[in-house]
Design a binder for this molecule. Sequence first.
Ligand code: ATP
Ligand code: MG
Length: 229
Amino acid sequence: AVNFSNILFDLKNISFRYPERQDIALKQVNLQIKPKQKVAILGKTGSGKSTLLQLLVRNYDPILGEIHFGDKQLSAYRESTLRQQICFLTQRVHIFSDSLRNNLQFATTTPLSDKKIMNVLTQVGLPNLAEQGLDQWLGDGGRPLSGGEQRRLGLARILLSDAPILLLDEPTEGLDRETERQVLKLILQHCQNKTLIMVTHRLTAIEQFDNIVMIDNAELVEQGNYTEL
Ligand code: ATP
Ligand code: MG
């Protein structure tokens, strides 16, 4: 079976434009991500950060350049392999019309015990969500969740994921400073042996990332670690 835990991601001169748009969303981006590296992606709103993550999970293909995962092009992998190997937390978290339990279970191939689920819900600040039981229905026709609750459920998925690669799009958005610090600590702990690529607006814990990538107006303008930048 394919395993992404020891492969290099190599983006070579990537350019991308959304089909219905005139302006370019990413322009000649070169970026290497080594196995188990922690990469932070920073930049102004609309600069192309989320787009970069979308390309890494092949939701879109670059118009120019190549993306290599290990010795193969990204396009050579099956969709199911990418889904298995890469956990992608989008800026808007999708809640499935299913039980609370299944909304978390799908993030991992390991069967989750009630205790494990309760633990992680507590870690992300949602201990009360389980009051109606783990089999309560979420999503359409189920218990409505606030935006903040949805995001925290997304965080719980990350902390449960057994994928070797995590792509997180502003995982701590909307959290207060103290909670953000705690959550980042949990994420970094969980990712000790994983590759982490995280888009963020804020600089909390930034010194703990191996590579900080600055995107401005569709271009990668700078990269390096905290002491280099
Ligand atoms: P933010 O910090 O606000 O999330 P971002 O850096 O993630 O911003 P992107 O979402 O990558 O920015 O957007 C980059 C550019 O691509 C923007 O001009 C945006 O309008 C455009 N764009 C993003 N998604 C789409 C889409 N699905 N279709 C067309 N254009 C899009
Ligand atoms: Mg974005």
